[in-house]
Design a protein. Sequence first.
Length: 94
Amino acid sequence: MPADILEKNNLNRGNIEFYPNPFSFSTKFRTNDGHGRNYQLTFYDLLGRKVKNMQIPSSDSEHTIYRDGLGNGMYIYEVKENGSYFGKGKIIIN
């Protein structure tokens, strides 16, 4: 995993929500910034390998994320807004 992701522990610029977390099939992605922004969501496994990358449409204030391609386990996610760091966290799939 890129070191800068780990170093940005408490530097989230916005409130990022995944509900439910943990989840089995799908989860909802939300931020406190509302809609109209372009988000890029990247998932990393605990060994630091990028396992999923997706764009969140700017028209969505809430977006459903499906587990497609992600097995059971814990993942680190990173969110970028228009190419700039926005926040990160952990998510669990069971």
